[in-house]
Design a protein around this ligand. Structure first.
Ligand code: NDP
Length: 333
């Protein structure tokens, strides 16, 4: 079985030489309570960049010369655990490898007849719950709010905008890094307005797209996006700080928004989210999202890279914006 190791801590932007694909043996006979899974899809996510740094955070760093990990969906090929049979499909945390051997307690069965298996890594998985909890719980979204979301053509952002539309937002604005993505937002996802942040200053483009201001900002990007949003937010506005991908490869601490003082006069609320705090919403989230998928109200995209050998380059591509919707690595070809 092949698995990806981090062999060097990236300085700034990661490069191919920071990773190595290594061959390791697997035992076809898992110990008591354990299962062997052949991975079919694995996730590459922006938060993994943080785990490549040797710093204390909410999740421990990857260790050098050890397999990396992350979300994956696969098929049980050997089981020594009650309730898990060969052929079952499971979601678990040992991605970045072809075969995963794990305690069955850390696996969740998923149903391939309800949704394509990769959806459990995206729209019906962690990114979906992030969008759901971040909009409805953290930002206290309510009908009639106008919403701005950055990273809007990504896994989380595309859902945030559509959830807001479904629940009666007065206006939804998105930003993304290409004209094709901007077209997708307005044509397919039903955003009212969208702009390419590479085409001009974010603050100006946002002011034009949201002349009445913004009540909720869902921040995936940080930096000039956050500063622009603060300037465009209305009194009583709420921002969910979900990610700051514009800064994940910085080698120096980035300056904060220069207009933070506006938070006072406008009584803004800026609140961080960690999706792991919101497991309590899981059932309601799945019920709502599965319903919206069935009714056709909710659309989603995936960018699928084939082959375990291409997982590291898929991760690098994600940081560069090569994905539309969820970036998935599939081993099914
Ligand atoms: P995406 O699918 O959105 O992929 C990342 C995207 O970021 C790229 O496609 C690219 O799109 C965009 N991007 C890259 N560099 C920049 C830049 N300098 N400025 C603006 N956009 C940039 O990833 P996810 O949906 O999985 O994650 C979105 C955000 O949410 C990330 O910041 C992530 O860390 C965060 N997150 C946080 C969680 C939490 O619990 N707090 C949980 C899950 C995700 P483009 O072409 O538009 O530039």
């Amino acid at each position: 079985s092949r698995e990806w190791h981090l062999v060097r801590r990236p300085q700034g932007w990661p490069v191919a030489e920071d990773f190595a694909l290594r061959e390791v043996p697997v035992s076809a006979e898992p110990a008591a309570g354990r299962i062997l899974v052949r991975n079919l899809h694995m996730s590459v996510d922006p938060y993994m960049r943080g785990r490549m740094n040797d710093v204390k955070s909410y999740i421990p760093p990857f260790q050098l010369d050890r397999p990396m990990d992350g979300g994956a969906v696969g098929e049980v090929v050997a089981s020594n655990a009650e309730g898990f049979a060969v052929g079952d499909h499971v979601l678990h945390g040992l991605g970045w490898r072809e075969y995963a051997e794990l305690d069955a307690q850390h696996a969740t069965k998923v149903d391939a007849s309800l949704a394509p298996l990769s959806a459990y890594l995206g729209v019906l998985g962690m990114p979906g719950l992030t969008a759901y909890a971040g909009l409805f719980e953290v930002a206290s979204f309510k009908e009639g709010d106008s919403v701005f979301v950055s990273g809007a053509a990504g896994a989380v952002g595309g859902l945030v905008g559509q959830f807001a539309k479904i629940k009666g937002a007065s206006r939804v604005i998105g930003s993304a890094g290409s004209d094709e993505k901007v077209t997708l937002l307005t044509e397919k996802y039903g955003f009212d307005a969208a702009f390419n942040y590479k085409n001009g200053p974010v603050a100006e483009q946002l002011r034009e797209a949201a002349p009445e201001g913004v009540d909720v900002y869902f921040d995936n990007v940080g930096g000039d996006h956050l500063e622009a949003a603060i300037s465009s937010m209305n009194v009583g506005g709420r921002a969910t700080l979900c990610g700051a991908i514009a800064h994940y490869n910085d080698t120096e601490v980035a300056p904060g928004p220069r207009n933070l003082m506006q938070v006072i006069g406008k009584r803004l609320r800026l609140q961080g989210i960690l999706v792991s705090d919101h497991a309590g919403l899981q059932q309601q989230f799945v019920q709502d999202v599965a319903g919206w998928l069935r009714s056709g109200e909710l659309r989603y995209d995936e960018t699928v890279v084939e082959g375990v050998e291409n997982a590291a380059s898929a991760f690098l591509g994600l940081l560069r914006g090569e994905n539309t919707g969820k970036m998935i690595v599939s081993f099914t070809g």
